[in-house]
Design a protein around this ligand. Structure first.
Ligand code: CMP
Length: 232
C-alpha cells in the first residue's frame, strides 16, 4: 500500500510533460528508470557552461535558473516548482548548459539521462509533442519578458512577476492570495532586471496602497485586480 506522500509524489510526476502523454503502465516504468536526486537549499545542481547529459523533473521544492553576465551580474530566468522540468536544452541543442540551477529551498528531483529521453520520444511520439509544447511556452514567456523589459517600468514588472509567481505557487486563503516565492529581494530584483532598491520601492508602494502585504520571502496579495492591472 503506497503512503500518502508516495501518492502525492506520483500525482506531481504524472503532470510533468514527460509523463502526461503516457498510459499508467509506461509512466510507471519511466518513473522506475529515473534516478532520485536531492539538493539542499542554496546548493547548485549544475552551472552555466557545464556539459549536460540529463534532464530533471521537480517533485518537491523550488529551483532557480540563473544566467550571469561577464561582470558577475545575475539574471534570474525562471523559478521552477513541482511537476516542472529543466535541463532539456542541452539535449535538443547540444552544447553547454545555458543556465545555473540552484535550489531555492530543499529539493527532491528525478533525473533522466538524455539517451533515455531519445528512446522515450522514439517509442512515444506524443511525448515529443509535449516537450515541444513546453519549449514553445518557454519561448513565448521569454518573448513576453523581453517586451516587458522594453515597454514596462519596474513597478509594472514587479507586479507581473508577483502575479506570475502566484500562478505557480499562490494559495488562496481567507486573508488574501499567498504567494510564497521563497526569494530574497535581491533575487526578485534579478528576476525583473532591476536594482534591489527600485524593487524595494515598488513593493513598499504596493503595500502602502493596500494592494499587498509583505512577508519574509512571500507576498500576500490583497487586491488582485489592481496588482494585475499594474502588471499588464
Ligand atoms: P540546459 O541548457 O540543459 O540547462 C539549463 C536549463 O535552464 C535549460 O536547459 C532549460 O531547461 C532552462 N532554461 C534556460 N533558459 C530558460 C528560460 N529563459 N526560461 C526557463 N527555463 C530556461
Amino acid at each position: 500500500m503506497p503512503t500518502a506522500k508516495e501518492v502525492k509524489d506520483d500525482e506531481i510526476v504524472r503532470k510533468a510533460p514527460l509523463f502526461s502523454a503516457l498510459d499508467d503502465e509506461s509512466a510507471a516504468s519511466l518513473r522506475a528508470s529515473m534516478i532520485p536526486v536531492k539538493v539542499s537549499k542554496g546548493n547548485t545542481l549544475f552551472k552555466e557552461g557545464d556539459a549536460g547529459d540529463r534532464l530533471f523533473v521537480v517533485i518537491d521544492g523550488k529551483i532557480k535558473l540563473g544566467a550571469s553576465s561577464g561582470d558577475g551580474r545575475e539574471n534570474l530566468l525562471s523559478i521552477l516548482g513541482p511537476s516542472e522540468m529543466f535541463g532539456e536544452l542541452s539535449l535538443f541543442d547540444p552544447g553547454p548548459r545555458t543556465a545555473t540551477a540552484t535550489a531555492v529551498t530543499d529539493c527532491r528531483l528525478l533525473s533522466l539521462a538524455y539517451d533515455q529521453v531519445v528512446g522515450l520520444i522514439t517509442a512515444h511520439p506524443r511525448v515529443g509533442l509535449q516537450l515541444l509544447g513546453r519549449l514553445a511556452q518557454r519561448l513565448r514567456r521569454s518573448n513576453e519578458g523581453l517586451s516587458d523589459l522594453v515597454f514596462s517600468d519596474v513597478p509594472g514588472r514587479v507586479a507581473k512577476a508577483i502575479m506570475d509567481l502566484g500562478t505557480q505557487f499562490g494559495v488562496e486563503k481567507d486573508d488574501g492570495y499567498h504567494v510564497n516565492h521563497d526569494l530574497t529581494q535581491e533575487e526578485l530584483a534579478q528576476r525583473v532586471g532591476a536594482s534591489r532598491e527600485t524593487v524595494n520601492k515598488a513593493l513598499a508602494d504596493f503595500a502602502g496602497r493596500g494592494w499587498v502585504r509583505l512577508e519574509p520571502r512571500a507576498v500576500v496579495v490583497l487586491d488582485i485586480e489592481r496588482l494585475s492591472k499594474r502588471g499588464r
